[in-house]
Write a protein that binds this ligand. Structure first.
Ligand code: HEM
Ligand code: HEM
Ligand code: SF4
Ligand code: SF4
Length: 402
């Protein structure tokens, strides 16, 4: 740690202790090649001392032709830290499911060593490869090299953000549709909406292959596309028996934990009343060799998740209980466009689609995007009697009286 004295970062140095991989050690290693990293560490140390951030408010930079993809940042101690006076972040669209070849990663590293700080975030919470720290002058040259190598920027601002997905059928027996292909297809289809912000606010799509939801789509995407099935769970009775012989208490750990109590086990045969199964995945998760999702697969589409600001955090709620997911995915694309049309026209400035839905009411929302209301959309019916009726009901009644 020859850098210690030079950087004068006693507080950060503490974070090189302990078993977890230390981001401080990583930045110090990168600092051997990049003077921006040494400055970044010293600025961070300063923030640790003063307990405040030292980045100026906002920053609007980018590349020609796009309205998003780069997050501009300037430090507020420009004279003291000139090396990182500019410290912009590029979001680079990752491959679906974060599958790379080492060639692809080497390509990105070479580009970033030439143009940026050498620091990255693998990956941003939305999914993008994050290239952390460069100057305004370097943005176009970096972008030019990235596109030359087949990479494009991801989303930022009031646009369609970079869609992401779980590893799906590439590595998981439970995937009910091809999450990787759908994610890639939607990303390509909606490039314009991704690169040139045209919405009231951001809009995220995440694709999970089954209700385990390994990309947390229900909490972190305005549109959550979650794989499911509508026929019977496939049961291999011999494997059920083998699971019990291997020590699984099927009655206690599977049947009793089924949320709808629709599984029975008599010691020789496992029976599932699939009509009452809510596809929670528990039994399948517990006995992966014995049970698997049915053959009639598709997804549930949910809408509206967002973090707390402004009106409170929301999880997505059911919009389409079941939809087949097959290329070219026209039905999903049409649905997305109908949502964008209505929300784009009537959404308030910086109003997420989840808040918009609450403001205009689910009934109006569904009518405008041409989706029929069904019981699966609600957890329970309303408990208050403040029900709005359409004009034509009253007219009908008057006609009856007359
Ligand atoms: C021409 C005169 C008036 C008009 C046009 C009028 C109109 C309204 C309207 C539109 C509402 C809201 C109803 C709703 O949102 O469901 C309301 C509520 C209310 N008004 Fe009036 N109002 C009038 C006179 C008065 C007077 C004189 C009083 C009291 C002495 C009064 C007390 C209230 C109260 C307490 C509420 C709230 C009721 C509730 O909590 O549900 N209003 N009024
Ligand atoms: C000692 C006298 C009073 C008592 C103990 C009293 C008590 C109450 C109570 C317990 C409620 C129900 C609140 C709730 O459900 O949240 C209420 C509501 C109401 N009171 Fe009174 N009240 C009194 C005087 C008055 C007077 C003098 C008026 C009008 C001139 C009035 C107008 C109302 C109205 C309009 C509401 C409905 C408000 C709403 O739901 O938003 N009250 N009152
Ligand atoms: S969400 Fe389901 S399909 Fe996707 S990786 Fe997780 S368990 Fe597998
Ligand atoms: S998936 Fe869930 S609801 Fe369906 S049978 Fe298994 S435990 Fe019960």
């Amino acid at each position: 740690m020859a850098e210690k004295g030079k950087n004068g970062t006693p507080m950060l140095d503490e974070l090189e202790k302990g078993p977890w991989p230390s981001f401080v050690s990583e930045i110090k290693r990168t600092a051997e090649k990049s003077e921006q990293c040494g400055a970044l560490l010293r600025l961070l140390e300063r923030s640790y001392e003063e307990k405040i951030g030292h980045w100026k408010h906002g920053g609007i930079v980018g590349v020609m032709g796009y309205g998003g993809g780069v997050i501009g940042r300037y430090n507020d101690l420009q004279e003291e830290f000139p090396e990182i006076a500019h410290f912009h972040t590029l979001r680079v669209n990752m491959p679906s499911g974060w599958f790379y070849t080492s060639d692809a990663l080497r390509t990105i590293c070479d580009i970033w060593e030439r143009h940026g700080s050498g620091l990255t975030n693998m990956h941003g919470s939305t999914g993008d490869i994050i290239l952390l720290g460069t100057t305004t002058d370097e943005l176009e040259p970096t972008f030019a090299e990235l596109t030359q190598a087949g990479f494009d920027l991801g989303g930022s601002g009031s646009d369609m953000r970079t869609p992401s997905c779980c590893v799906g059928p590439a590595r998981c027996e439970w995937a009910c549709y091809d999450t990787l292909h759908l994610t890639n297809d939607l990303t390509h289809h909606f490039q314009d909406e991704l690169h040139r912000p045209a919405f009231p606010y951001k809009f995220k799509v995440k694709c999970a292959g089954c209700p385990n939801d390994c990309v947390a789509s229900i909490a972190r995407a305005d549109m959550s596309i979650i794989g499911t099935w509508r026929d019977q769970i496939k049961i291999d009775q011999a494997e059920v028996k083998a699971a019990e012989d291997a020590g699984l208490n099927i009655q206690r750990d599977v049947c009793n934990n089924c949320p709808t109590k629709c599984i029975e086990w008599d010691g020789t045969e496992l029976k599932i009343d699939d009509e009452n199964c809510v596809k929670c995945m528990h039994c399948i998760n517990t006995m992966p060799k014995a049970l698997s999702p049915g053959d009639d697969r598709g997804a549930t589409i949910l809408l509206g998740a967002k973090a707390p600001i402004v009106e409170g955090a929301l999880l997505s709620s059911v919009l389409i209980p079941f939809i087949k997911i097959e290329p070219p995915y026209d039905e999903i694309k049409d649905l997305i466009e109908r949502i964008w049309d209505f929300w784009g026209e009537h959404g308030k400035n910086r109003e997420r689609v989840g808040e918009f839905m609450q403001r205009v009411g689910l009934g109006n929302f569904l009518e405008q995007i041409e989706v029929e209301p069904v019981p699966e959309m609600i957890a329970h019916p309303r408990e208050n009697p403040y029900v709005f009726y359409e004009e034509y009901f009253e007219e009908e009644e008057e006609e009856v009286e007359a």
